[in-house]
Design a protein around this ligand. Structure first.
Ligand code: SAH
Length: 400
């Protein structure tokens, strides 16, 4: 009994826990993780208002719908796959990860075996010799569609038709296979050069009863089950049949704004990435959304021009990357003075900084913003990251 207890304490349930570094809390009971994350949010954001209990997952395992592996040539020619050790170029062999989609892991394992039997030359970062670099598997959790992306250094992929056939024979559930040609030497996994080997070259997933196209390089939340819950919360702050203008800043492929469009007539998206904007337009079309437009620009610059043109925003949704928004964006936003601001954040530290700016009174303004609700979402179980959805409205008006 003692031995068992001791083993449980010393041995992780993940065989590469000590070397991988991605899941810091893989052995912490889930309820405890949720409590810790709520405490972190309360420490950082408590000064703005009460933090509600974290919304967690029923089963927090295997949630990642995007799995990427680097390939290396092991001793005796055997091809191995793994992840980069956090912050280094060392590779940690990974086969069955507790947070990744299991089917994706099985496909990647078989890709490694096929590459060995096809005698494929694996790229060596040090010497620059070899061709095959990474495999990425993206799955539509709700549609079951699966995209495999094979990243090579050169456009030449020896025996690619036979390789594709062999992979499809092992995994007929794969719906599309794409070769991505990436000869960059930095850490970016994908370039924008795609060559479709099988199927449509993209997958679709559904969220909040809408379809979303996922191209090889486009951003899509890695935990769609939780993304759906946070989107629903964000959109719940918009009244049904809302006639005003809703802006979705940092909109990616348009997800939150398009879900919001079910409740309102005018939605404007703003996003820096050209590929994401293209996908957002396709997504508006495949969901027959009217009254939606999306602009490719830096969100701060767009907002400034929009304000100078005398336009208005009634409700603003913002979902910036980890570094948060900018003082310029927030300053213009306060001048635009929407009724409500719905802030979706993946980094509570930059969220705190931005909320401090948003709630700071501004001379001559019609009242400053007050935080009305803060809810944490466990989008990344077992890791240290946590997501939050915050509602702000004018201190002179009451929140719905
Ligand atoms: N709301 C989307 C995307 C959130 S991720 C979703 O839930 O899927 C943050 C997005 O901000 C990314 O798509 C990124 O390309 C975009 N982004 C980063 N910097 C930006 C900037 N300066 N201006 C506009 N968009 C930016």
């Amino acid at each position: 009994m003692m031995d068992k207890e001791k083993r449980r304490k010393t041995r992780s349930r993940c065989p590469v826990f000590s070397r991988c570094g991605a899941c810091k809390h893989i052995d912490v009971p889930y309820e405890e993780q949720l409590k810790k994350k709520k405490d972190i949010l309360t420490d950082l954001l408590g000064e703005f208002g009460e933090v509600e209990d974290m919304v967690g997952m029923r089963d927090p395992h295997h949630y990642r719908c995007k799995v990427t592996r680097v390939f290396v040539q092991g001793k005796g020619g055997k091809i191995l796959t793994g992840n980069y050790h956090e912050g280094s170029k060392d590779i940690v062999p990974v086969e069955n990860c507790l947070i990744e989609d299991s089917k994706a892991d099985r496909i990647i394992k078989d890709i490694a075996e096929l590459l060995t039997s096809f005698k494929m030359k694996i790229y060596n970062q040090r010497t620059g010799y070899g061709n095959f670099r990474y495999a990425m598997v993206r799955t539509g959790k709700n549609t079951g569609e699966i995209m495999v992306i094979l990243v090579t250094r050169s456009p030449v992929f020896p025996s690619k038709n036979n390789f594709t056939k062999a992979l499809l024979k092992l995994h007929p559930e794969i719906t599309t296979i794409v070769q991505n040609v990436n000869d960059r030497t930095d850490s970016l996994v994908l370039s924008n050069k795609n060559n479709v080997l099988y199927g449509k070259g993209f997958i679709e997933d559904s969220l909040c009863r809408m379809k979303f196209r996922i191209s090889p390089g486009s951003f899509y939340q890695v935990n769609p089950l939780m993304a759906e819950r946070i989107y629903k919360k964000a959109v719940s702050f918009i009244p049904d049949g809302f006639k005003g203008i809703v802006m979705d800043a940092y909109c990616g492929t348009g997800t939150i704004g398009l879900v919001a469009s079910k409740k309102c007539e005018n939605v404007i998206g703003v996003e820096l990435s050209g590929d994401a904007v293209k996908d957002a337009r396709v997504n508006a079309k495949i969901n027959s959304v009217k009254g939606y437009s999306v602009f490719q620009e830096d969100a701060g610059e767009f907002l400034e021009r929009y304000y100078n043109d005398g336009e208005k925003v009634d409700i603003l949704i913002m979902d910036p990357p980890r570094q948060g928004s900018t003082p310029e964006f927030i300053d213009t936003l306060k001048r635009l003075s929407p009724e409500k601001i719905i802030y979706v954040s993946c980094n509570p530290i930059t969220l705190k900084r931005d909320l401090a700016l948003l709630t700071e009174p501004r001379a001559g303004a019609r009242g400053s913003y007050k935080v009305r609700s803060i809810t944490g979402y466990d989008m990344f179980p077992f890791t240290e990251n946590c997501e939050a959805c915050v509602l702000l409205s004018k201190s002179s008006v009451s929140a719905d």
